[in-house]
Design a protein around this ligand. Structure first.
Ligand SMILES: NC(=O)C1=CN([C@@H]2O[C@H](COP(=O)(O)OP(=O)(O)OC[C@H]3O[C@@H](n4cnc5c(N)ncnc54)[C@H](O)[C@@H]3O)[C@@H](O)[C@H]2O)C=CC1
Ligand SMILES: CC(=O)N[C@@H]1[C@@H](OP(=O)(O)OP(=O)(O)OC[C@H]2O[C@@H](n3ccc(=O)[nH]c3=O)[C@H](O)[C@@H]2O)O[C@H](C(=O)O)[C@@H](O)[C@@H]1O
Length: 457
């Protein structure tokens, strides 16, 4: 079996290598020459746990090129970004990939679309371009097989997750099932192409809406002067309730984008777009907290810890850090950034001492594990304020070092802050307290550790 994989990014490359490691001859195609050069040098264009070892294992059956060639099966894993102005999918890359396959397509070949697309895209956009080959669908096989792997655990999820295979016809579903079964150990579910497109979008939209609910709870809790983290921990004791974690916003190439694909042709949707609005407004909310703390400080500097869209990954796509920084700079704050994972960003990435030197407020935006263990005694800041927008720091330790600690959703009323009341506005945690609430916590629950729950890597 020879498989040609178009798009060697976060999804296409691991998928191509898994096929190769399980016996297929794979040609990986990417229009970006630097990706091809990098792989030809034996390096990886990005990091993902286990990918280096898989590459070594698969190398003998894997070659790379900027052009597709004849094969038994073609797999498309190219980007499907969102046009930020119109909130409509940009299908340019998918169209171009289908156009590149057409000259090599023969009767009996299988084409699989893995890229996430709006419902109906296969039928309206992809298949017609493939048919320019002169072969009609039915004579070539076609399936949409959406990817569900989560960055940071891509390989274990690609092999262990269940999969949806949406074939154009029974033969297409059978053939696609057969090739995924070479490495997928999870259950394979069969459906039609448009349902598969819809299911993928529903999954990510469901997560987005649930995160929006957690973010709204954080804001409501603050209005009620309740600590949302304690409230969530307790609510999640209910056997049918799972509230996710509030945070500074939703980033990444998928959850912040896919809900718009579901609604782009709809005139009825309310909840999905409202959830997007709530999540997109979280950087403003965190900045409002910072504004409260920094009122009265001359020429304030904010130190951002974490620009990646989530913990323990380097990916900054759609990261809430972009919006937070832009808003902060518009406000006149100087911004210095530190992220031990990210390598590419719009702002210079500094080491921790440099990013925090002379700072007036440290803001944790990403839940990297290494931040949990940070020792505040080592930081040479000017003003001791920290905002923990992920609830990951050891707050007692920071308070011991004299920091005013403000946790997103901790119940401190944001609007109470007025210039001249700076220290009072940050809840100064008593050195021996793990949380800013008056009554002592029941000894049986860990109130500031809900991040070990489902929902966070
Ligand atoms: N990254 C993720 O965690 C997940 C992504 N997806 C979906 O998978 C698709 C791919 O996403 P990523 O791998 O993250 O994208 P990516 O941006 O990491 O990689 C895509 C690659 O495709 C290449 N490319 C663009 N046009 C091409 C063409 N015509 N022929 C060959 N190569 C081409 C680009 O140069 C790039 O290297 C998207 O639709 C995304 O929504 C789905 C599930 C998870
Ligand atoms: C339904 C679902 O879990 N989808 C996964 C998701 O991967 P992704 O890394 O984007 O998801 P994520 O871990 O929820 O992170 C998205 C964003 O949401 C934030 N986030 C996440 C969980 C939470 O409780 N609170 C929160 O604020 C994260 O910090 C991040 O900014 O989207 C992937 C995709 O489609 O690309 C998909 O394959 C993955 O399985």
């Amino acid at each position: 079996m020879k498989i040609c994989v178009l798009g060697l990014g976060y999804i296409g490359l691991p998928t191509a290598l898994l096929f190769a490691a399980h016996g297929a001859d794979v040609v990986g195609v990417d229009v970006n020459q630097s990706v091809v050069d990098c792989l030809n040098r034996g390096s990886l264009p990005f990091e993902e746990p286990g990918l280096g070892d898989l590459y070594s294992e698969a190398k003998s059956r894997f070659s790379v090129s900027t052009e597709p060639e004849a094969a038994d099966a073609f797999l498309i894993a190219v980007p499907t970004p969102l046009d930020p102005a119109t909130k409509v999918s940009n299908l340019t890359y998918v169209k171009s990939a289908a156009g590149m396959i057409a000259p090599h397509l023969h009767r009996g070949n299988l084409v699989i679309l893995e890229s996430t697309v709006p419902p109906g895209t296969s039928e309206r956009v992809v298949i017609p371009r493939l048919e320019k080959s002169g072969v009609a669908v039915g004579d070539f096989l076609y399936a949409h097989c959406p990817e569900r792997a989560i960055p940071g655990r891509t390989l274990s999820e690609m092999t262990g997750n269940s999969r949806i295979i949406g074939g154009y016809d029974r033969e297409s579903t059978d053939q696609a099932t057969a090739i995924y079964q070479t490495f997928v150990r999870g259950q394979i579910y069969r459906t039609d192409t448009k349902t598969a497109e819809f299911v993928k979008l529903m999954e990510n939209t469901c997560r987005d809406v649930n995160i929006a609910l957690a973010n709204e709870f954080a804001q409501l809790a603050e209005e009620c002067e309740v600590n949302v983290w304690e409230a969530i921990t307790l609510a999640n004791k209910h056997p049918r309730v799972t509230v996710l974690n509030p945070g500074p916003g939703v980033g990444g190439h998928c959850i912040a984008i896919d809900p718009w694909f579901l609604t782009e042709n709809s005139t009825r949707c309310r909840m999905v777009s409202t959830a997007r609005e709530i999540n997109d407004s979280m950087p403003n909310y965190v900045l409002r907290i910072a504004r409260g703390l920094l009122a009265g400080i001359r020429d304030p500097t904010i130190s951002i810890l974490g620009v990646a869209y989530k913990g323990n990954v380097a990916d900054t796509r759609e990261s809430p850090a972009f919006k937070f920084i832009q808003l902060a700079e518009n406000e006149g704050y100087a911004v210095r950034c530190h992220d031990p994972y990210a390598t590419k960003f719009t702002h210079p990435l500094m080491d921790l001492p440099e990013a925090t030197a002379g700072s007036d407020c440290v803001v944790v935006l990403t839940d990297h594990d290494c931040f949990r263990r940070l020792d505040p005694a080592t930081l040479q800041v000017r003003t001791k304020f920290v905002i923990d927008a992920r609830n990951i720091l050891d707050h007692g330790k920071w308070a011991d070092q004299g920091f005013g600690v403000r946790v997103l959703g901790d119940g401190t009323p944001v609007q109470q802050t007025v210039p001249g009341e700076i220290a009072a506005s940050a809840r100064l945690y008593p050195a021996d307290a793990a949380r800013p609430i008056a009554s002592p916590p029941p000894s049986s629950i860990s109130l500031l550790s809900p991040n070990g729950r489902e929902g966070f890597l």
